[in-house]
Design a protein around this ligand. Structure first.
Ligand SMILES: NC(=O)c1ccc[n+]([C@@H]2O[C@H](COP(=O)([O-])OP(=O)(O)OC[C@H]3O[C@@H](n4cnc5c(N)ncnc54)[C@H](OP(=O)(O)O)[C@@H]3O)[C@@H](O)[C@H]2O)c1
Length: 327
């Protein structure tokens, strides 16, 4: 079984007082573990959660930490919510040392976001795309600063199919819906956005990374199964999955924390960092590396990244007609 990659202990003991971090999907799983660790090191961490109560309840479990936390409402499935969030964040804070685009959903039944985008493309990628764009000024003003986009090894695809960006059908209107491939494409879009953004931000002191956190025992599978099965999974199977090689949320936060805190990481801005990927069916995709080349050839296609960027600007209304889900 491959060894879990862990941050250097000194990084997890460094003093982060005075720094401000923003973590999306902070109430659960790896996002919650990331938030707790940064707060323990003295940072102020803003948890951007679609359920504010769940965030506050989760953060209450930290007990005494050297830093502080707050929860702000963010639903990545609504571009209006993303805009309101960014406006409120910019009004309330004058610095941002690290943005962690962590929130995600995996494999829900076919559906659409409030703005009409395929759910996984809309939440995992497009909501984070707009959020990042709206926070670039404060990130630049706080440089050196970092952006970590939590993708997945699934951006490579499945055993049978390599994931590809379909610019002519981003919303799965022309193809038979495949929820796994829709997840894979949304995560590939995150990898492309990170490497494209890193190029745009060269010389600004803002570094950008995409990462795979490993297979983490979290709530991520909840949207893939009926409620009763998720209860069984949480109660029985999930804890038992540790011996199979899955990671605790703290272990699943290591790649994000490494990219946020390691001194050398900015030299690899734009690159993909992967925790070891146990249980993934394609043996060649299992090894991790901080950083490592993405095994998906499309992840290196910077012309495609530029076209996706231009299209995304239009879709979120930052360039040309707004909010129209027809691509
Ligand atoms: N677990 C793994 O093995 C694994 C592997 C590869 C990549 N990842 C990625 O790692 C990230 C963290 O996942 P996790 O495993 O920690 O899962 P998790 O426990 O389910 O956490 C996901 C978080 O995203 C939030 N979220 C979902 N939809 C949202 C929306 N529309 N707006 C705002 N927040 C939303 C969830 O909020 P609610 O609690 O309100 O639903 C939750 O806080 C995800 O991006 C996932 O794709 C995970």
């Amino acid at each position: 079984m491959p060894k879990t990659l862990m941050c250097e202990p000194r990084l997890l003991e460094s003093d982060l007082s005075g720094r401000v971090y923003l973590v999306t999907g902070a109430n659960s799983g790896a996002g919650l573990a990331t938030t707790e660790q940064l707060a323990r090191q003295g940072a102020h961490v803003v948890g951007a959660c679609r359920r504010v109560d769940a965030g506050e309840e989760a953060f209450a479990g930290f007990g005494d930490v050297a830093g502080s936390t707050e929860v702000m409402k963010l639903d990545l499935g609504s571009l209006t919510s993303v805009r309101s969030f960014a406006q409120a964040f910019n009004a309330r804070h004058d610095r941002l040392d690290g943005l962690v685009n962590n929130a995600g959903i995996m494999g829900p039944p076919q559906g659409k976001t409030e703005d009409g985008f395929e759910t996984q493309f809309g939440v995992n990628y497009l909501g984070h795309f707009l959020l990042t764009e709206l926070l670039l000024d404060i990130l630049k003003a706080s440089a050196p600063s970092r952006i970590v986009s939590v993708s997945s090894v699934v951006h490579v695809g499945t055993r049978r199919q390599v994931a590809e960006i379909h610019l002519d059908d981003l919303n799965w209107e022309k193809r038979e819906y495949d929820r796994t491939m829709a997840y894979a494409e949304s995560k590939l879009a995150m990898v492309l956005h990170a490497s494209h953004l890193a190029r745009r931000l060269e010389g600004t002191g803002v570094s950008v990374f995409s990462i795979h956190p490993g297979w983490v025992r979290s709530n991520l599978a909840a949207s893939m199964m009926p409620g009763w099965l998720n209860s069984v999974w949480n109660a029985a199977l999930r804890p038992l999955s540790g011996p199979l090689g899955t990671l605790s949320p703290f272990e699943g936060a290591q790649t994000t924390l490494h990219c946020l805190l390691d001194d050398e990481a900015p030299q690899h801005s734009g690159e993909y960092f992967s925790q070891n990927s146990v249980l993934y069916p394609n043996r060649e995709n299992r090894p991790g590396g901080w950083p490592m080349p993405s095994p998906n050839p499309q992840a290196h296609d910077m012309e495609l990244a530029e076209r996706l960027y231009q299209r995304s600007l239009g879709l979120v209304g930052l360039n040309g007609p707004t909010g129209d889900a027809t691509v």
